[in-house]
Design a protein around this ligand. Structure first.
Ligand code: NAD
Ligand code: TYD
Length: 350
């Protein structure tokens, strides 16, 4: 019997990781710790939340006393840490929330694990889920390797980079069995519609303008979220302490090309004449510090752990659009209330 703490399990990637672990490992007890910010939604887990090996705990990872008591009570064997403030645009408006959760929250988790494990590292693992954004921005060529120096540009990526440094420091200083993975942009079901793909699906559906930042020439490397969850499973079980793995989709798209592809799919699925929604494209003021290009070199994870993305982009993208169109109720819930205010604050007058 293993007790695994997964933080941020009510968020986008977290719910896919929790689902995978709960279903695949009935002999593990899975504890999903989440403070349920705007991005956390228990509706994301209704298909598995009655399973006997699933447990939900509401709480803030940056609450030092609460976290220490939690580790004392449950004596976790492993931690998969996904909880974070994750949206670059929000980090530009409100950096301190990112310091609170991404930096302080991570260090409190590390301290609690270190205290409870107390040097008995056998069978223990602390796994930090990070992003390729910590590496900074690429020009037209090249890709991020595990050895690429950190060079973050946004408050979001700076906070994630800081947290990653603490994780590695706890390995190097105390011998804690930590691992880190840095993944490229994820897409798929249950992503909060502040991020490009679900936001644009929602806007196309509702005939609202599509706010393309700058010239739309920034490049992202897109990975289907379940492929990421599979890589996390593999790394959690197979990676040696102190290791880092980059995870990517070998799937680079310029924003504007991705948006045109999305419009093509959406117009077809909504029964609109081809190209109808192209008129919604609206170029707006660029994001401050907007990284030009991200691309992952996934050679290490392929060679050492045999992982490769399984879902082809054409298939994953169609599946994603189908999911959002079929889950109108989910969309309506997450885009009501505070979302309306968020949208105004972020896009009005841009
Ligand atoms: P998300 O914003 O959808 O979910 C984050 C979750 O963390 C939410 O459920 C939220 O309620 C919870 N949370 C936030 N602050 C908390 C706190 N103080 N205490 C407890 N819970 C808190 O994020 P996501 O896209 O699922 O990303 C998950 C992780 O993966 C993050 O660490 C992110 O940096 C990393 N990542 C994301 C991507 C991506 O494309 N989305 C790519 C690479 C890495
Ligand atoms: P996003 O989904 O926020 O992910 P990240 O910033 O972590 O890569 O954005 C993906 C790309 O899309 C990024 O280059 C910014 C751009 N973008 C827009 O052009 N308009 C938008 O409204 C949003 C949210 C993003």
């Amino acid at each position: 019997m293993k007790k695994i703490l997964i933080t941020g399990g009510a968020g986008f990637i977290g719910n896919h990781v929790v689902r995978r672990f709960v279903n695949k490992y009935p002999d593990y007890e899975i504890y999903n710790l989440d403070s349920l910010t705007y991005a956390g939604n228990l509706e994301n887990l209704t298909d598995i939340d009655k399973k006997p090996n699933y447990h939900f705990i509401k709480g803030d990872i940056a609450d030092q006393e609460f976290i220490m008591n939690l580790f004392q009570e449950y004596q976790f064997d492993g931690v998969i840490h996904l909880a974070a403030e994750s949206h670059v645009d929000r980090s530009i408006k409100d950096p301190m929330t990112f310091v609170h959760t991404n930096v302080l929250g991570t260090v409190h988790l590390l301290n609690a694990a270190r205290t409870i494990w107390n040097g008995n590292w056998e069978g223990k693992k602390y796994y930090q889920i990070s992003t390729d954004e910590v590496y900074g921005a690429l020009g037209d060529t090249g890709s991020f390797k595990e050895t690429t120096p950190y060079n973050p540009h946004s408050p979001y990526s700076a906070a994630k980079a800081s947290a990653d440094h603490f994780v590695r420091a706890y390995h190097d200083t105390y011998g804690m069995p930590t691992v880190v993975s840095n993944c490229s942009n994820n897409y798929g079901p249950y992503q909060f519609p502040e991020k490009l793909i679900p936001l644009f699906i929602n806007n196309i559906k509702n005939n609202k303008p599509l706010p393309v930042y700058g010239k739309g020439i920034n490049v992202r490397d897109w990975l289907y979220v379940e492929d990421h969850a599979e890589a996390i499973d593999l790394i959690f079980h197979e990676a040696k302490p102190g290791e880092t793995y980059n995870i990517g989709g070998n799937n680079e798209w310029r924003n504007i090309d991705l948006i045109k592809k999305l419009i093509e799919i959406m117009d077809r699925k909504l029964g609109r004449p081809e190209g109808t929604s192209l008129q919604l494209i609206t170029y707006v003021t660029d994001r401050a510090g907007h990284d030009l290009r991200y691309a992952i070199d996934p050679t290490k994870i392929k060679n050492e752990l045999g992982w490769e993305p399984k879902v082809k982009f054409a298939e994953g993208f169609e599946k994603t659009v189908d999911w959002y169109l079929a889950n109108e109720e989910w969309f309506n819930h997450v885009t009501s209330g505070a979302y309306v205010e968020y949208y105004k604050k972020m896009y009005e007058g841009r």
